[in-house]
Write a protein that binds this ligand. Structure first.
Ligand code: ZN
Length: 289
């Protein structure tokens, strides 16, 4: 049985087919242009693939409320041309297969729990730190939706004493995404993170901000493991700094061995690596078979 997957990102779409056990058979990429252009490129690809179901993990905000008149839409995104786009309806009409739809990060945590570093865990979180910051949350094996879906990239954080950057979020200025996303690093220093030395103070700032999100998640969701992905996390010096900061900020308050003794196995890189998003879409497709 073949499952189609679409990781719909603000910069590029990754799409392809896989077995229901997450073995990727083919994967393609195209840049995100207008919905008319990009959705047609993707649907043309699937026309002769004989998939049994399709999963779409999308950038947001999206409407996940079954029965809502705008279910399956990308709703109020500031991304030009993509506001109010009926992405599920488009593929439903052309492909006539069941469609699983969720945020890209909710898909990613589902895939990590099926095939990756959170296998057999019922409570876990996936955070991506890249062009934006987002997170997917699995609680008792259910993806969290609630009134919308988690948008934890925009939590408010305490600013580092040595950081005078005003922040780059158009909604909140100095929220987490405004201080720690890839574009925030670039705006602060005038160059990308990958152009900065590995001992640059920006990595201390990053660790401080990301650790605040992780501490908030640990204190609210009590996850059994947290996975950190996205382009900024390709900086290998960052993860150990985050481990230290999480312990410093918690200050011994949560006395569990996962944090006190084994934090390297508790806050981890995606074991599905850069396929986490695409396999997330496959996992969403698998969920509707
Ligand atoms: Zn924000």
């Amino acid at each position: 049985m073949l499952i189609g997957g679409i990781e719909a990102g603000g910069t590029k779409f990754i799409y392809g087919i896989s077995t229901s056990e997450g073995e990727i058979i083919d994967k393609q990429t195209c840049s995100t242009e207008t919905p008319e252009m990009t959705l047609k490129t993707v649907v043309d690809y699937f026309m002769d693939k004989e998939i049994s179901a399709l999963g779409i993990g999308s950038f947001g905000p999206i409407d996940l409320k079954l029965g809502s008149p705008t279910y399956g839409y990308i709703t109020s995104t500031p991304k030009p041309y993509w506001g109010n786009t009926n992405i599920v309806g488009y593929f439903q009409e052309k492909l006539q297969v069941p469609i699983g739809f969720d945020t890209d990060v909710n898909g990613a945590i589902l895939a990590e729990s099926l095939w990756g570093s959170c296998k057999d865990l019922k409570n876990c979180c996936y955070i991506t730190i890249g062009t934006g910051i987002g997170g997917g949350i699995l609680v008792e094996n259910q993806l969290v939706h609630g009134i919308l879906h988690p948008e934890i990239g925009h939590i408010l954080v305490k600013q580092h004493k040595k950081d005078s950057f005003e922040g780059s979020c158009p909604f909140h200025q100095d929220c987490l995404e405004g201080l720690a996303s890839g574009p925030a690093i670039e705006k602060r220093w005038g160059c990308t993170g990958s152009q900065l030395p590995t001992n640059h103070i920006t990595w201390e700032f990053e660790a401080y901000y990301i650790a605040q999100l992780l501490v908030s998640l640990i204190l609210t969701v009590s996850p059994q493991r947290i996975v950190l992905g996205g382009g900024v996390m390709h900086q290998k010096q960052l993860l150990p700094l985050i481990h230290e900061q999480v312990k410093t900020l918690l200050n011994g308050y949560i006395k569990v061995p996962q944090i006190l003794n084994d934090i390297k196995d508790y806050i981890v890189s995606p074991s599905l690596e850069d396929n986490a998003g695409f396999l997330g879409a496959i996992a969403l497709g698998k969920s509707v078979i």
